[in-house]
Design a binder for this molecule. Structure first.
Ligand code: NAD
Length: 260
């Protein structure tokens, strides 16, 4: 369905971002992946995407906490593919600490990556989309764009900001065939979640099992982690023509978390 279109997904060497890349490649799109990781493993993923799509996949490994590197990534996409039709702002990180102990450098990094990088990538992608009178902007926000949990002040702040940014952009581009939406998962089983278990154990004085069942899944009424494939399926729907009038929305996939 997306042959001839180009999708750029930030933070797509792992987790949810990689699942978006695979789903879009499966529909024939050119793909730009981004993120950190082992060089050989990333090259294998890139080749796998090309095998899936029959189109091209480009790896752009820039650090999106730095605005000039976001400009470089978008320039690489423009050189390779003439622009971007589908932008998924997905790169994100977490840090868990009480506000009075929250490291200032971590706050700055999380705001830069989880919020400000989406502004830069969006402002650079929108001219291509307007020119083609079609575009899709999707943010991986979070249940934490709608509600809060203790000890995650930077993350919750960034994700709430992302939700407001998305609504604003949706209004600005509404007559150009471009939609902008948030997808807001609850807990998805990815390295991001796995890596916060030790800090949560420390912050709350709990065991690993207690963190998984009594903290992470405590608020998720289905008592199941969301899968990356379920998140990617929502993105595919938002990219389809059937979703042309869904814009400025925040699509929850959280097992009922924010219904409470
Ligand atoms: P992940 O850690 O598996 O993936 C994060 C990706 O971002 C990786 O590819 C990593 O290399 C990349 N990245 C990290 N720092 C970067 C930087 N400075 N520049 C460029 N790329 C960078 O995590 P994930 O769970 O797949 O998370 C993806 C998104 O989903 C994040 O925005 C996260 O907040 C959001 N989210 C995750 C969950 C969850 O439960 N896993 C829930 C809600 C929202």
């Amino acid at each position: 369905a997306f042959a001839g279109k180009t999708a750029l997904i930030t933070g797509s060497t792992s987790g949810i971002g990689l699942a978006y890349a695979k789903a879009l490649a499966g529909e024939g799109a050119n793909i730009v992946i981004n993120g950190f990781g082992d060089k050989d493993a990333i090259e294998q993923e890139r080749l796998g995407l090309e095998a899936l799509s029959g189109a091209k996949a480009l790896y752009s490994g820039h650090d999106l906490t730095k605005p000039e590197q976001i400009e470089a990534m978008m320039a690489e996409a423009a050189t390779a593919f003439g622009g971007v039709d589908i932008l998924i702002n997905n790169a994100g990180m977490q840090h868990v600490a009480p506000v009075e102990d929250f490291p200032v450098d971590k706050w700055n990094l999380i705001i830069a990556l989880n919020l400000t990088s989406a502004f830069h990538a969006t402002r650079l992608a929108v001219p291509y989309m307007k020119g083609r009178k079609w575009g899709r902007i999707i943010q991986t926000a979070s249940a934490h764009s709608l509600t809060a949990s203790p000890f995650k002040s930077a993350y919750v702040t960034a994700k709430h900001g992302l939700a407001g940014f998305t609504k604003t952009v949706a209004l600005e581009v509404a007559t150009f065939g471009i939609t902008a939406n948030c997808i807001s998962p609850g807990y998805v089983w990815t390295p991001l979640v796995e890596n916060q278990i030790p800090d949560t154990m420390k912050a709350r004085g709990l065991t690993r099992e207690q963190v998984m069942n009594d903290v992470l899944l405590a608020g998720q009424p289905t008592k199941q982690f969301v899968t990356v494939e379920q998140v990617a399926a929502m993105a595919m729907f938002l990219c389809s023509d059937a979703a042309a009038n869904i814009t400025g929305a925040n699509m929850s996939i959280d097992g009922g978390w924010t219904a409470q």
